[in-house]
Design a protein around this ligand. Structure first.
Ligand code: UDP
Ligand code: MG
Length: 241
């Protein structure tokens, strides 16, 4: 079996085309700042990241755990800027490029699209936000540890992780139901199993990593939408009210 790192490796050179699709402001480039001390000794200051100063909330949970629905409720109440990384990838597919076919094939296997593709899309989406948004809800990301590390190294600091906990049989039932109308190529029984496996093997270590320094706010996702909303908004109210 391949490791999550191997899964991230580019599967085709055609991903390089995506570089031509985006243009970034120079302010997005992380810069190393250097401070001078009295003794003219040079000391490196902490790296300044493009989205430092904004709250960044990673929204994690198995497929079908309610991330998208609850993000809409948070946006209504707290005006955060919501980015679903799955939607970004699906939109890139709809734009109908050669890479689109590669992305579809990876998503159908419930595997991970290479981080350099995801990162470009994510940065472009974050740059579209108004300067006055209080923060970002990054939904369905990071799905494995190397994505978390790269994001926090180059983009911004994760304030906390909102984690929707839900039994796998409930996830499967919800996704099969959604598959009747969603038109999503990955809402079928075989892909659902693979997505849940990827979640357990690659994404749960991300949740466990952030739990170590108390950055996880865990929500019971196995309840009615209204009840889950109540717990979700409470988890936000801690520092937003
Ligand atoms: N995906 C990915 N990298 C990401 C986020 C998503 O490769 O950072 C792919 C992955 O194949 C995943 C699919 O997009 O299974 C659907 O993700 P989405 O977040 O839409 O699924 P959800 O968990 O909301 O059902
Ligand atoms: Mg979703």
């Amino acid at each position: 079996m391949s490791t999550p790192e191997q899964e991230t490796a580019p599967t085709s050179n055609c991903f390089s085309h995506i570089f031509n699709l985006f243009h970034f402001k120079s302010s997005s480039k992380p810069e190393e700042e250097v401070k001078k001390t009295n003794s003219s000794e040079v000391v490196e200051a902490p790296k300044v990241l493009p989205f430092d100063g904004k709250k960044i909330v990673f929204v994690l949970g198995g497929p079908g755990s309610g991330k998208g629905t609850q993000c809409d409720r948070i946006v209504e109440k707290f005006n955060f800027y919501h980015i679903s990384v799955g939607d970004l990838l699906r939109n890139a597919v709809e734009e109908g490029s050669e890479i689109g076919e590669e992305i579809v094939a990876i998503m159908k296997e419930g595997k991970m699209v290479p981080m350099y593709v995801t990162k470009k899309l994510l940065l472009a989406a974050m740059e579209k936000a108004d300067d006055n948004v209080p923060g970002f809800l990054i939904d369905g990301f990071p799905r494995q540890m190397d994505q978390a590390e790269e994001f926090e190294r180059d983009i911004g600091h994760c304030t906390f992780v909102l984690f929707f906990d839900c039994p796998h049989d409930v996830l499967t039932k919800r996704l099969l139901k959604r598959g009747e109308t969603s038109g999503r190529a990955d809402d079928n029984e075989e892909t659902i199993k693979k997505r849940i496996n990827t979640f357990v093997e690659a994404s749960m270590p991300v949740v466990e990593h952030y739990a170590k320094d108390n950055r996880v706010r865990k929500i019971n996702g196995d309840a009615s939408i209204e009840d889950v909303t109540e717990s979700t908004l409470k988890a936000f109210e801690v520092d937003e009210s």
